[in-house]
Ligand binder design. Sequence first.
Ligand code: ADP
Length: 401
Amino acid sequence: MGGSMNILVINCGSSSLKYQLINPANEDVLAKGLVERIGIDGSRIKHEAKDKEKQVIEKPLKDHKDAINLVIECLLDKEYGAIKDVSEIGAVGHRVVHGGEDFADSVLITDEVMKAIEKNVDLAPLHNPPNIIGIKACEEIMKDVPQVAVFDTAFHQTMPGENYMYAIPYEFYEKYKIRRYGFHGTSHKYVTERTAEILNIEKDKLNVIVCHLGNGSSISCVENGKCKDTSMGLTPLEGLIMGTRSGSIDPAIVTFLMEKENLSPQAMNDILNKKSGVLALSGVSSDFRDIEDGAKEGNARCQLALDQFDSKVAKIVASYMTELDHVDAIVFTAGVGENSISNREHIAKKLGIFGIKLDTEKNNVRGKEAVISADDSKVKLLVVPTNEELMIARDTDRIAK
Ligand code: ADP
């Protein structure tokens, strides 16, 4: 193997592909980019190598294999590339959404692993197929390079049955594996590990509640460094209200609306995943910045959306406090958690009953690691920007070695 062993991190969507090339020795991002509109007119790549000018190249790409070939071409380019030879890619780490009950950690991809990922397509019909296509394309193009799968669900596999089982006939768990899986696991894991470092507490002694608040949102209860509970469920629809997802609602609403509006399961699914959440409540946008602006201008529905979002976050955090014998920190991450000063302030205020106190001055940060609680707060509050790509690179490096 020539050169150093860099890790290529791949996150494949149905028509897009995000990538980063990371040197695990110093965790430098050597290059990153995004391929869009794969298999659609107007395919293009946005590529940027460290200390080099950003490139946008438009080129027809009929499938993910074309896309990965173009990524490698860009990485090797003399002018705007990052490496001289493909052998400088030591391993590829793939984000895979659903590992079902088969994977509690990242894993070296073998034929057997591929079969298990394919088996879990039922549980993530929109996400696992493009992940599989990405893995197959990389296997064809980089034959002897180890490929590692990093699952969004893996971190949550340590949950006890009382938290992952649904109280519906047991046969549906046996027949269809219907249970809570949880998502954003790579983010929850990264933030947990980083928090242990920041607070100088051994990872396996750390109790934290991680609030990943973005376009999709979930909260995890972490005991002794392991996930004990999480708010997303069988799918990412459960739990908090999100940009366009309803989060938890009375399940009877689903059958009621399907009957009244004569909706197919697919149409109902679309309403709950794409037309609900803060978008539906505000009537304005799924983007929290627009909603904050609306609320400032006196739009009552924008205020309602923000109030309900903050209230649900606080209520889930409060319920997770009952699952821990002490809490070292409550941590905010992802787009809203890292950037929204006002959401953090309102959430912290609602947790005042627990002796939790925010320091408004320290809270005046965006996108930076910070302790934002007052010195006399019973529980520390932190902002820790997430980094799923780095977590994937670390896992890939560990497993490929
Ligand atoms: P995704 O789930 O798509 O990865 P992100 O974690 O990037 O989402 O979060 C996107 C959300 O973060 C958007 O709703 C956006 O409004 C919100 N956001 C980003 N910056 C700010 C900000 N300065 N204030 C409030 N919300 C913000």
